[in-house]
Design a protein around this ligand. Structure first.
Ligand SMILES: O=[N+]([O-])c1ccc(O[C@@H]2O[C@@H](CO)[C@H](O)[C@H]2O)cc1
Length: 497
């Protein structure tokens, strides 16, 4: 058995828990929209064609914000295609995903779905094939009350009240050579600046996200952020970060340590943003929108052929997650929370079917993947302030990241909801006895301790066995000293009150 310790003291805080940390992403990609959130013929479909089973799971997941409509898709998207009478909407080639887009769902349907799910939208504009004018048009269509051609069109299409969308992404991954309309940092920075400047003329209160790098392994990483922020610093609020991880060559220990990369990624982008701010002598701080993060078996996707014959909503990027994937996701969530001073928005990519916590069968069942659980527990129970905890833990050696602690943890504290510790044990061979020094909280007890684990780290949930991997009460809790046994390869939640 390994032993680790952490001390909880509500006097030492990082930042408030940001509700936007629990965002997700709905892209017109594969079956995320069609047969994901939307399937008119489905037995659970509501009057607007949205699957009630998916809506219910989305609520249970605890999602707060949702990014839309892409992703790579947005860089070739004409938003006007998706508004007005359905029978008049064009069918288009979606070059990003080699599919046919029917436009049955567009901004109107998406906003109606957000209303039903109780989510804040985060809208992306196309800066691949389009520019300032089209972004302004979409903004006017969405947010202007009425009395102009575009706002009256929205009203005529059934949405009397403006949508009031606050958060906007200025394009998507424009550093990626795969992106339609891919640009250099300077080209993109100028376009993002002019788009942001014009959007702010319409509404100075918007929160704008400039594209950062599509991963920290891009050759332009760092330089890209610096150049883009040189152009946009005073005009945007966020720089985006995207990161996907997968187990490579059977290196489970290295994979479970992937949050180490995310940690370094965040530190590098914060340093770069602050460096630009310092050179500009600005008092403003740019925050990070980690608006794509997840486990994604990208190498399998890259090895596969694109869909033949431009199908409508083909199954794409449908990763079936196992326990170890869920523990990796839990580790990434812990890192996002630990960096809540600068990471003030994040989106798990994506929500349904496409590298997603929720899976569906067309016409059939919906179920929770393993990765659903760390997200839903953190979204529900992380509250109040993120506490600065400094776990003391044995470490292990990884090929990719060097020495990494076996324990990765964070705690949050709220006067009413109490204190919650989220922790993963990365050890593959034995449990970790975690001693929690909670004396500063004064006489608290464990009110709930759960663990997500399984003797088979590659066990998955399926439609037939949807609860194979689900949080279960952790029986190994001792008081005085407060000690919880974390099983090997596990995600854990410990609630104190
Ligand atoms: O590292 N890559 O090779 C790589 C390739 C594509 C890629 O796309 C991003 O991930 C897609 C799925 O969420 C989103 O549509 C897009 O923004 C993100 C990363």
């Amino acid at each position: 058995m390994h032993n680790a310790r952490l001390t909880i003291d509500p006097a030492f805080t990082v930042a408030p828990v940001r509700r936007r940390t629990f965002g997700t992403f709905v892209e017109h990609l594969g079956r995320c929209v069609y047969t994901g959130i939307y399937e008119p013929g489905h037995p659970s479909a509501d009057e607007d064609g949205f699957r009630r089973d998916v809506l219910e799971l989305t609520r249970e997941l605890g999602v707060t914000t949702v990014r839309y409509p892409g992703g790579n898709f947005v860089s070739g998207y004409r938003w006007e295609d998706g508004v007005g009478p359905r029978e008049r909407r064009p069918r288009r080639l979606d070059l990003a995903w080699h599919s046919t887009e029917t436009n049955e769902v567009g901004v109107e349907e998406f906003m109606a779905w957000c209303g039903k799910a109780g989510l804040e939208p985060m809208m992306a504009v196309n800066l691949g094939t389009r520019g300032v004018q089209e972004a302004l048009d979409l903004l006017e269509y969405c947010n202007h009350h009425s009395g102009t051609t575009l706002s009256d069109l929205r009203v005529a299409n059934g949405a009397k009240e403006p949508y009031g969308i606050r958060m906007w992404c200025l394009g998507n991954e424009m550093d990626g050579p795969w992106q339609i309309g891919h640009k250099s940092a300077r080209e993109y920075g100028r376009l993002a600046a002019e788009t942001a400047r014009a959007m702010r003329m319409a509404d100075p209160g918007l929160e704008l996200v400039a594209c950062g790098s599509s991963s920290s392994s891009m050759p332009t990483f760092g330089a890209w952020e610096a150049t883009v922020l040189e152009e946009t610093y005073d005009l945007v609020d966020f720089i985006s970060c995207h990161a996907y991880y997968e187990e490579k060559d059977g290196d489970l220990g290295g994979f479970l340590a992937c949050a180490t990369d995310m940690e370094r990624f965040i530190a590098s982008v914060v340093a770069t943003a602050d460096h630009v701010g310092a050179r500009l002598r600005s008092r403003k701080k740019i925050n990070l929108s980690f608006d794509e993060w997840n486990v994604w078996y990208l190498s399998r996707f890259q090895a596969a052929e694109p869909p033949a014959d431009w199908p409508v909503a083909p199954p794409l990027l449908e990763d079936h997650y196992h326990l170890a994937d869920a523990v990796a996701v839990g580790g990434l969530l812990i890192t996002l929370l630990r960096n809540s001073d600068r990471v003030t928005a994040a989106c798990l990519a994506q929500l349904v079917n496409v590298i997603a916590p929720i899976m569906t069968e067309p016409g059939g069942r919906a179920w929770k993947q393993t990765t659903f659980h760390p997200f839903s527990q953190a979204a529900r129970h992380a509250a109040g302030q993120v506490l600065r905890v400094e776990p003391v833990s044995p470490s292990y050696d990884t090929a990719e990241y060097g020495e990494v602690p076996l324990l990765h943890a964070v705690a949050t504290h709220d006067e009413r909801q109490g204190t919650t510790v989220f922790a993963i044990n990365r050890a593959t061979d034995r449990p970790l006895a975690l001693e929690i020094d909670a004396r500063a909280l004064g006489g608290v007890r464990v009110v709930e301790a759960t663990t997500l684990t399984d003797p088979d780290v590659y066990a998955r949930n399926t439609a037939d066995d949807p609860d194979r991997i689900t949080p279960r009460p952790n029986p190994d809790v001792q008081h005085d000293p407060l000690t919880v046994l974390l099983p090997p390869v596990s995600w854990n939640m410990i609630r104190l009150a």
